[in-house]
Design a protein around this ligand. Structure first.
Ligand code: TPP
Ligand code: MG
Length: 796
């Protein structure tokens, strides 16, 4: 124990004995889940028939997690705490299942897992069993907001849950291996964004059991003073709990937790009653206990407890080695099940009694089932922010700036219910959403200087240069029943690919769990797009997050590419109101022509794609369809259409714009998919389609390969050609420019075959002229830069 901790013994002998028995029960149930399919009370000596054929689970982390659960239970009861428990080492799933069973939550949610011998047998059998429950904490686990398979996100989720929940305490176990991950390492800094006045508290426990799967952990092998300094450097007040003698440890843990919770109460009082605005040093605990604590000490002559060998299944050759079976029997009996469960298999009442009741049980905490608490977001009428259209493409606007006005209004409308935040990795202003910043300020508890702008302890825009933190905070915030919006540079959103995967998995599974209520959608705005990286160049050019999300379940993911500000407003309104989706919006921030009135935008977004009649001359049926998706491809397509009008005035052209990428798929693949008959109307069979796409071109093929006209769809998109160059040159480099698109159309329409050679010549000359001009002048040709739909374009 650190010197900070008063050496008192807060637990009466009776309570200590009960807490230890409770812990033994949780450990017993955890081992039972990993190993047994029968004989749950060990009423007879274990035989091979009682043991599961495949032993799948993780023991090592579990006793430590169980130990903490018992102690949280005491604190919840004694202090009436509203507590959420997030475990980083989510592979300790059996522990959370065991504890939620012991406190009764599990049987209430899953009535077939009764509080008797049959229930125990089912509880054991279902774990890591086909069509049973996963081995990690997962959506199925009561009290969890955490899909625990992928390590690194516990602490950031904990903070996300604590924001705007002033009465919540989020106890968060960080695995010492998990602590080595990038996302976790940066998450400690979340304390610079947590305001004790308006937010809840996070209680981090660094679970220093010394090992990962097969290696020691870094933090366990540096001098203790160095580790404490690290935590101090992160701005925490570290406490330490170390040992392996249960009786001593219970007493010491109770003392240290009392002190830590007193510290939290004092910090909150200073902020809430005494008006302190200082950034507090929140307490955190370094808990140094053996990995696989209370498990087999030696197996086959090798040390297991307190080593990496305890990570998964310490006795893994039960069927090959009788000694392992005997050791398992002995290990399980060491918890004295006969003292813990009555003859019917029911957890003894005097022990069950030390758990909290009702909603205070961690398995029943409503914050862990955020949909229960979700209040609808108040979204002001987005039409009020619409851009006036006086001539197609006649005036420019910065689409995201217009969206910023709406987001600001959303923030204002929900100021009282404090359930909306905007997240971004230092790019919110750069993405031109500045309005939302000036309205509410940016959260910041660290030092400020006169030069700073809009930093505030109560700011609701969260900016930190860590995509991991933005994503993790937002997930924690959404999972506990609130709303949010993440804006990011398009290229760097890939940093959180894996976190998005995990969230998508969570959403997919929760859809099938009736007691998990829908939560608000995770909304991304990607801006600073591939086509307009005028000053950042190649490193900032990657539209592949679209492809990444496309791999996810159709009922979870929605992807929108808006061609202008009014479509962006309409899409954003829809996304902000939606539930249980991941919505990806891709929208440019640069001044760009505006095409649709707000009414047209709403109609267009409702179908997701459609003919732009005003840009088409396809009476009698099109000879070519010029399709586009994304703002720059739309501009280039319309410019190509004007070129074609001038060059081949009688060519019947149809312009189709796609906002909702999912609409391209058949209905069988995605609920937004356009029925085949409608698709065939838009893209008639046999008619060539020149498709200009914002992202990687093959995605359009992937989406449309089952469509009747697929063989005639020819896609242009980003093909990894880029550098720091002019906007139009980017298009030229990737062959998505207006000249290329016009040439494509001419080449694809059979009756224009005689003109193809001349068109190729014209194309080469145009590109040559462009290249010479940009090389010489460092800017695009005036007729390119100043091109307007209404004015047409020169046809040289
Ligand atoms: C991001 C990630 N990388 C690797 C793994 C594979 N993995 C599962 S458990 C584990 C070791 C975890 O060690 P620690 O965080 O110390 O947990 P504990 O010791 O409490 O089991 C690893 C590497 C993972 N689950 N997630
Ligand atoms: Mg460890």
């Amino acid at each position: 124990m650190s010197e900070e901790t008063p050496s008192k013994t807060p637990l009466s002998p009776e309570l200590l004995a009960k807490m230890d028995a409770y812990w033994r029960a949780a450990n017993y149930l955890s081992v039972g889940q990993i190993y047994l399919k029968d004989n749950p009370l060990l009423e007879r000596p274990l035989t091979l028939d009682d043991v599961k054929p495949r032993l799948l689970g993780h023991w090592g982390t579990t006793p430590g997690l169980n130990f903490l659960y018992v102690h949280w239970n005491r604190l919840i009861r004694e202090r009436g705490l509203n507590m959420l428990y997030i475990i980083g080492p989510g592979h300790g799933g059996p522990g959370l299942v065991a504890n939620t069973y012991l406190e009764g939550s599990y049987s209430e949610i899953y009535p077939h897992i009764e509080q008797n011998k049959d229930g125990l047998k089912r509880l054991f059998r279902q774990f890591s069993w086909p069509y049973g429950i996963p081995s990690h904490v997962a959506p199925e686990t009561p009290g969890s907001i955490h899909e625990g398979g992928e390590l690194g996100y516990s602490l950031v989720h904990a903070y996300g849950a604590a924001f705007d929940n002033p009465n919540l305490i989020v106890a968060c176990v960080v695995g010492d291996g998990e602590a080595e991950t990038g996302p976790l390492a940066t998450s400690w800094h979340s304390n610079k964004f947590l305001n004790p006045l308006t937010d809840g508290a996070v209680l981090p426990i660094l679970h220093l059991n010394g090992y990962k799967i097969a290696n020691p952990t870094i933090l366990a092998r540096i001098p203790h003073a160095e580790l404490e300094s690290l935590m101090r450097g992160y701005g925490y007040e570290p406490f330490t709990l170390e040992g392996d003698d249960p009786a001593v440890m219970h007493q010491q843990a109770a003392a240290v937790f009392d002190t830590m919770l007193d510290r939290i109460a004092a910090i909150q009082k200073a902020a809430r009653k005494d008006g302190s605005t200082a950034r507090p040093a929140w307490p955190m605990l370094i808990m140094r206990t053996p990995k696989g604590w209370t498990g087999p000490k030696f197996v086959d002559g090798k040390p297991v407890e307190g080593t990496w060998r305890a990570h998964q299944v310490p006795l893994d050759q039960i069927f090959e080695k009788p000694e392992h079976l005997r050791q398992l029997d002995e290990w399980m009996r060491s918890y004295k099940p006969e003292e813990l469960f009555d003859e019917k298999g029911r957890f003894r009442e005097d022990l069950a009694d030390i758990a909290p009741k009702g909603r205070l049980r961690m398995g029943m905490n409503a914050h862990a089932n955020g949909g229960l608490l979700l209040q609808p977001l108040k979204v002001p009428n987005f039409r009020d922010f619409a851009v006036k259209i006086e001539g197609r493409g006649a005036a420019d606007a910065e689409s995201t700036r217009i969206l910023g006005h709406l987001l600001h209004a959303v923030m204002q409308a929900n100021a009282d219910q404090k359930n909306f935040r905007v997240f971004g990795p230092d790019e919110t202003a750069s993405n031109r959403l500045g309005d939302v910043i000036t309205g509410t300020g940016k959260a910041w508890m660290a030092k400020t200087l006169p030069v700073d702008e809009n930093l505030s302890e109560t700011g609701r825009v969260m900016e930190v240069l860590s995509e991991h933190m933005c994503q993790g905070w937002l997930e924690g915030y959404l999972l506990t029943g609130r709303h949010g919006f993440f804006n990011c540079y398009e290229a760097f959103i890939h940093i959180i690919d894996s976190m998005a995967n995990q969230h998508a998995k969570w959403l997919k599974v929760t859809r099938e769990i009736p007691w998990r209520k829908p939560i608000a959608s995770l909304n991304y705005l990607l801006s600073s797009l591939v086509w307009r990286q005028d000053h950042n160049g190649f490193s900032h050019q990657d539209p592949g997050f679209i492809d990444h999300l496309m791999n996810k379940k159709a009922d979870v993911v929605r992807i929108y590419l808006t061609p202008d500000a009014n479509t962006l407003l309409s899409v954003a309104d829809h996304c902000l109101r939606s539930k249980n989706y991941i919505n990806l919006i891709v929208a440019g921030k640069q001044p760009a022509p505006q095409w649709l009135t707000i009414d047209e935008a709403v109609a267009h977004c409702t179908t997701g794609l459609g003919v732009w009649k005003w840009a088409s001359n396809d009476d009698g049926g099109p000879e070519v369809v010029m399709a586009c998706c994304g703002d720059v491809p739309t501009l280039e397509t319309l410019a190509a259409v004007s070129l074609l009008r001038a060059k081949v005035p009688d060519l019947r052209i149809r312009v189709v714009n796609v906002v909702d990428l999912m609409a391209l798929q058949p209905t069988s693949e995605h609920p937004h998919g356009l029925p085949d008959e409608d698709f065939d109307q838009l893209f008639p069979v046999g008619i060539p389609v020149v498709f200009a796409f914002h992202g990687y071109p093959w995605l359009i093929h992937r989406l449309t390969y089952r469509r009747h006209n697929h063989d005639n769809i020819h896609v242009r998109g980003y093909k990894e050609e880029g550098t720091t160059t002019t906007p139009f040159d980017m298009c030229v480099l990737n062959n998505i420019d207006r000249f290329q698109l016009a040439l494509d159309a001419i080449k694809r329409v059979p009756r224009l075959a005689p003109q193809a050679d001349a068109a190729r010549q014209w194309y080469s000359e145009a590109i040559q002229r462009h290249r010479l001009y940009v090389a010489e002048n460092g800017d695009d040709l005036p007729e390119i830069k100043n091109w307007r739909w209404s004015k047409g374009v020169s046809t040289n």
